[in-house]
Design a binder for this molecule. Structure first.
Ligand SMILES: *Cc1c(COP(=O)(O)O)cnc(C)c1O
Length: 435
């Protein structure tokens, strides 16, 4: 580990949880330099929905490289881009009756979020946007202002302005519809909340701890946005591309966001790629007003098109995700019943599932134990208290079972060692310590 300790910055994060040197990967498996195999239930934090080195995409990419296809082309028209646009339109947008134009931004999620927020502010001529408690939208300054996490926010070094924070669905308890509060403050000229340009929201909060917004809440949010002439931005960077069971995570809610951001699994092969989907009448950019050297990664055009052709030409994959998602949810519910002593809970939608282990200490021990037994799985949430299941959507039934078995065994061992699972009061003590 010497070179990583001495030459690479302290900013490393995942590498600390999984201190091995990896050099090979296939499907749902990662291999370290010693040849040890790990099941990967982290999957690039939701970037590898189709698994590592998907053989179909790999063949297309190799053919493209072999034929001297364009690697870098700024935002020039290329054949690879045309084919991606045609495929995305025919197989994703058209069947869902969605009318969007596509903006290619720099290739990371936060690039797409920056563009979306900038466009919304310019269209409406208003400075503020509304973001939600526990939301995560990236760490460049505009996106960071919309992100809730204090660890990330604290590193900004400048004031993070232009955002109002509202409680996400469930934040104040199951019985309170927080969109009613939003409606109230927007209708009250003395609330102190200025009319925003947009609302930015995840339908399932990934980094925030797999918090799931109900379809009703999302529909109510859309109604509030329409009533007050506010743009609705869905950040589908982690929840999109099939994770929840449908291509877009908002489909089943029946809402039509004004702007959508996609990245992570969009490129399919782990190829960096990000887009902003914009309702045509809102595409008010002037030429070159927002740019970037790596707008539209041609390798990603090839692999993203291949991913759509292979997995989204019909409904089969979606059904598979829902079936596997139900299996994970049901296994986790059983585990909670067996070992949770009334404190652990489950949450999630599709193959975006989490196990709330009450505090980060216990969740961390569980993921550490799982790693010793060949499973890579991470935590998320304000206190890292959620064990986050993000396995590739293509994970076989056998390996899905194997991975969950490893977690179950880890929970059994960790709970046996703890005198007792802490109850609510300990949880709040712990939360205060971290505040
Ligand atoms: C990961 C993520 C981002 C940021 O993407 P980066 O590629 O890390 O910049 C933004 N929004 C959501 C919902 C994410 O999960």
């Amino acid at each position: 580990m010497k070179v990583f300790d001495e030459i690479e910055s302290e900013v490393q994060s995942y590498a600390r949880s999984f201190p091995r040197v990896f050099n090979k990967a296939q499907g749902e498996f990662l291999y370290d330099e010693d040849g040890k195999q790990y099941l990967d239930f982290l999957a690039g934090a939701g970037t590898l929905n189709y698994g590592h080195n998907n053989p179909v995409f790999k063949r297309k990419l190799l053919e493209y490289i072999q034929a001297d296809g364009i690697t870098h082309g700024l935002d020039l028209h290329t054949k690879a881009k045309r084919e991606f646009l045609e495929t995305f339109y025919e197989k994703i947008l058209k069947p869902r009756n969605l009318d969007y134009v596509m903006q290619f931004t720099g290739p990371t999620g936060t690039n797409a979020v920056e563009a979306a927020l900038k466009l919304a502010r310019n269209i409406k001529g208003r400075e503020h946007v509304i973001a939600f408690t526990n939301g995560f939208h990236g760490v460049s300054l505009g996106a960071l202002a919309a992100t809730g996490n204090s660890h990330h926010r604290g590193a900004a070094g400048v004031s993070l302005s232009g955002t109002f924070r509202m409680p996400y669905d469930g934040y104040l308890g199951d019985d309170i519809d927080t969109t009613a509060y939003l409606e109230k403050v927007l209708s009250d000229s003395s609330s102190g909340v200025d009319l925003p340009a947009a609302v930015i929201v995840e339908t399932v909060q990934g980094e925030g701890g797999i918090n799931v917004a109900s379809f009703e809440w999302l529909r109510n949010l859309e109604v509030v946005c329409r009533r007050h002439d506010i743009l609705l931005i869905i950040d589908d960077i982690q929840a999109g591309c099939g994770r929840t069971g449908t291509y877009f995570s908002f489909e089943e809610a029946g809402i039509k966001p004004d702007i959508v951001t996609l990245s992570k699994s969009l490129g399919g092969y782990g190829t960096p790629f990000a887009v902003v989907l914009i309702k045509p009448e809102l595409d008010q950019w002037k030429p070159g007003e927002h740019n970037g050297t790596f707008r539209g990664n041609n390798f990603a055009f090839v692999t993203a098109k291949s991913a759509i052709d292979e997995y989204w030409s019909n409904n089969d994959f979606s059904e598979e995700i829902k079936r596997k998602g139900e299996y994970i949810a049901q296994r986790l519910a059983t585990i909670v019943e067996k070992y949770g002593e009334g404190n652990f809970t489950t949450r999630g939608r599709g193959m975006f599932q989490g196990l709330n282990c009450i505090n980060g200490n216990i969740a961390g021990k569980i993921t550490h134990n799982a790693f010793q037994n060949g499973l890579i799985i991470e935590t998320s949430g304000a206190d890292d208290q959620i064990v986050k299941f993000l396995c590739p959507l293509v994970t076989s039934d056998e390996n899905l079972k194997r991975g969950i078995d490893i977690v179950e065994q880890a929970i059994k061992e960790v709970c046996a060692k703890e005198d007792s699972i802490p109850g609510e009061s300990d949880y709040f003590d712990n939360a205060r310590m971290h505040a």
